[in-house]
Write a protein that binds this ligand. Sequence first.
Ligand code: GLN
Length: 542
Amino acid sequence: MARYVFVTGGVVSSLGKGLSSASLAALLQLRGFKVRIRKLDPYLNVDPGTMNPFQHGEVYVTDDGAETDLDIGHYERFTDISATKSDNITTGAIYSDIIKKERRGDYLGGTVQVVPHVTDRIKKFISYKIKDEDFVICEIGGTVGDIESLPFLEAIRQFANDIGDKNSLFVHLTLVPYLKASGELKTKPTQHSVKELRSLGIQPKIIICRSEKSIPISERKKISLFCNVDLKNVIETVDVQTIYEAPISFHKEKLDERVLSYFKIKSKKSPNLNKWKKITSNVLGSKKNVNIGIVGKYVNLKDAYKSLDEALTHGGISNNVKVNLTRIDSENLKIGNLKNLLKDVSGILIPGGFGKRGSEGKIAAIKYARLNNIPFFGICFGMQMAIIEAARNLLNIKNASTSEFGNNCTPVVGLLEEWHKGKKLIKGSNRNLGGTMRLGLYDALLKKNSLISKIYSTSKIKERHRHRYEVNLKYRNEFEKKGLIFSALSPDGLLPEIIELNNHPWFVGVQFHPEFKSRPFTPHPLFSSFIKAAEKRKGKNS
Ligand code: GLN
C-alpha cells in the first residue's frame, strides 16, 4: 500500500510548499521509489483557469488538458512524471460536483453536509487511481488557520486515521523569522501554527522551518519541545540561489532519511544527487550570459510566467550560458522608447496572453525584432501578435487584428469554432470562459526542411495547448509569398501550429506552450535553440 505524506503550511503563504513537496518526491525517486504528488487547493474557483495571473501566478496545463496550479509545474519538472487531471483539486470543483449530484437526487433526500460529504469527496480524490505508488505526497494549499482550509485539514485527519499512523505522515512547513533589531530567530509563530494544527487533531511529525538564517540547535530544541516533534525531525530550509539546489539542501538536512525512518522503510538504493549538483553548478557557474527580453502584461509578478522562466533557464543549461531575464511591460512599450528598452536584449519573447491591453506594445516589439534580426520567439498569443504584425506590415492589411479584441477589424486571428481531438470533433464555446479552450496535448505535423523540423529533429510533435483563437489559414499563401512560412499544422491541416520567417536568424511563433514540457534534465529543443540564437546575436544591437 502507498504511504501518504501530507504537507501543510503555516504562518504565511509562499514559503515554498510546492518546492518542498517536489524536492521530497525527487529525493524519494532517487532512492528507487515510485511517487505521485497531488495538490488540494482551498479556493472556490473550479480550477485556476479563469484566475488572473496577477493574483495566482501562471496556470499550468497538463497533457490531459487540466488547467492547474503552478505547483504542478514544479512537480513535473522535479520528478519528470506527467501530472493528470486527478492531481489537482479545488474546493470549487468539489462543491460543483456535490451540488450536481444533489440536484440529481443522488443523496436520496439526505442532508448534504461538509462532514461527511465534502470530506469524503476530498478523501476519494486523495487516493483516486493510486495503484503501485510507494508514496503519495499531498500538498494542502493555503495556510493553516484559514477558514477555507478547514474541510481539507479535517479530510486529511480522517484519511490518516483510516489508514493508520504507519501509512501516513504529516509534514508542516513554517516560517522562522529573523528579527534584525534583536538579532534573533523567532520560533513562536511556528509554535502557534502547530498548536492550531493540533487543535484540529493533526500532529505533525516533521517540521520544515523556512528561515533566512541557519537555525541553531537551541532554537531547534525549542521547536521540538513545544511542538512535540523529534529533534531530528526539525528541518531547516534556508533560501537557495536556484530552485534546483533545493533537493540537495533538503538531502543535507536529511529530509528523505527522516521520512523513511518514520515509515520504517529501507531505502531501495543509495541516492545519487550528481545530476542535481550538475545542473545547479551549471545554472550558478556559467561564465557566459545572455539577456532575453520578455514583453508581457504580467511582468510585475514573478510567478506569472513561472514555467517560461524555467524553460529559458533550461535553454541556458543546454548552452552553458546564464539567462538573464528582462521583463518589459508591454503597456509601456512605445515606438519612442522601444529601442532604448530593448537595447540590451539578444532575444525577444512574447509569452501567452489574453485581451487587448498591452497588445500594441507587443506588436511594436515584434516589428522591431523582425526588422533588426533579433531572435524572436512568440508563444500562443505571441504567435498571434506576430501574425497581426506581419499582416499589417508585410501584407498591408492595416486593420488586421484578432476577433478576441472585437469584430471591428480584418480578423487574421479568429475564434476557434471546432477542432479535432484524434477522430473526435470538439465544439468551442464563447459563452463560458472556464474549461472551454483547446486544452492539453495535440499533435502537429512539421514541414520538411523547415527550421522547426531541424530544431525538433522529427516530423511529428505533441505539445500542450491553451487557446480559444487561431490564426486564419485564409492568408497563408500571401504570407508565404512574403517569407512567413506556416511550418506546422494540425494533422487535419486546418489549424496553424507554427510559423517561421525565412531570411531571419530565428523568428518562430508557436500556437502551443512548449514551456510546460521543458525539464531541467531534458531542456525543450525550442528553448535550447532560441537561447543558442540569442547567444549568437549577443553584442550586435546597434
Ligand atoms: N488569448 C489567446 C487565445 O485564447 C491566446 C491564449 C494564450 O496565449 N494562451 O487564443
